[in-house]
Design a binder for this molecule. Structure first.
Ligand code: CO
Length: 226
């Protein structure tokens, strides 16, 4: 293994040159300001490249990623990203994005041991346990992706409960929180119909998105006839 990764540096030079050729002055303009409209909170999974899959360029998407796209109430890292995005960059949208076949969610679901990360995934297990009866009613082949969606709704709700979101709404700032899932199999995003733009909407939006989501998975359960 090379210690200096020449391949990556060569690819980087090619990318920078191609970007500059396509849009002369691109990097100089980026230097002046960063004004993304969106904060993306997604999984660290290497198959879910945030900017790329929504066709956004550097400067257009503020990104936070961790294993399982979690927003933990006391996670200073995620909270700092959300605070900076809302208070300083004034993003209009915060999008929590889970993805199908998530390894973190799968491990959490099945109590697979991977090491230290198990402790982090404990938060996904809290979500699993809160919806134990619903998940038990689904075929095993459906459970991972169902839990992926439950987890997105839960983490989107956690964003809404941060002091950052609540304070922003209180002072009349326009910022909407969304819950999406990305399909590894087809590269497509799906909106889980949880869009929240005020403190009053949090409870009702979560409840209706959850009901819709459960309905959808119960239909799938019927379809596979298990
Ligand atoms: Co994942």
């Amino acid at each position: 293994m090379s210690r200096i990764l020449p391949d990556l540096f060569a690819r980087n030079r090619a990318w920078a040159a191609a970007t500059e050729a396509r849009e002369p002055g691109f990097f100089t303009r980026l230097l002046q300001q960063q004004t993304p409209q969106y904060l993306w909170i997604g999984c660290a999974d290497s198959r879910v490249p945030a900017n790329e899959l929504v066709g956004l360029l550097p400067g257009e998407l503020f990104v936070h990623r961790n294993v399982g796209n979690l927003v933990v109430h006391s996670d200073l890292n995620a909270l700092s990203v959300i605070q900076y995005a809302v208070d300083v960059l004034h993003v209009s949208h915060i999008i929590v994005v889970g993805h199908s076949n998530c390894g973190g969610v799968r491990a959490a679901l099945t109590d697979e041991r991977a090491g230290l990360v198990d402790n982090w995934l404990r938060y996904v297990q809290d979500v699993r346990d809160a919806h134990e009866a619903f998940l038990a009613g689904l075929d095993e082949s459906l459970r991972v992706d169902a839990l992926v969606e439950l987890n997105v709704l839960e983490q989107a709700r956690n964003v809404c409960h941060t002091t950052v979101a609540r304070d922003a709404w209180q002072r009349g700032q326009t910022v909407a929180v969304h819950g999406w899932v990305y399909g590894l199999h087809d590269g497509l995003l799906e909106d889980l119909s949880m869009t929240v733009a005020s403190a009053e909407e949090v409870g009702p939006a979560y409840a209706s998105a959850l009901a819709l989501m459960k309905q959808r998975w119960q239909q799938r359960q019927v379809q596979i006839g298990a």
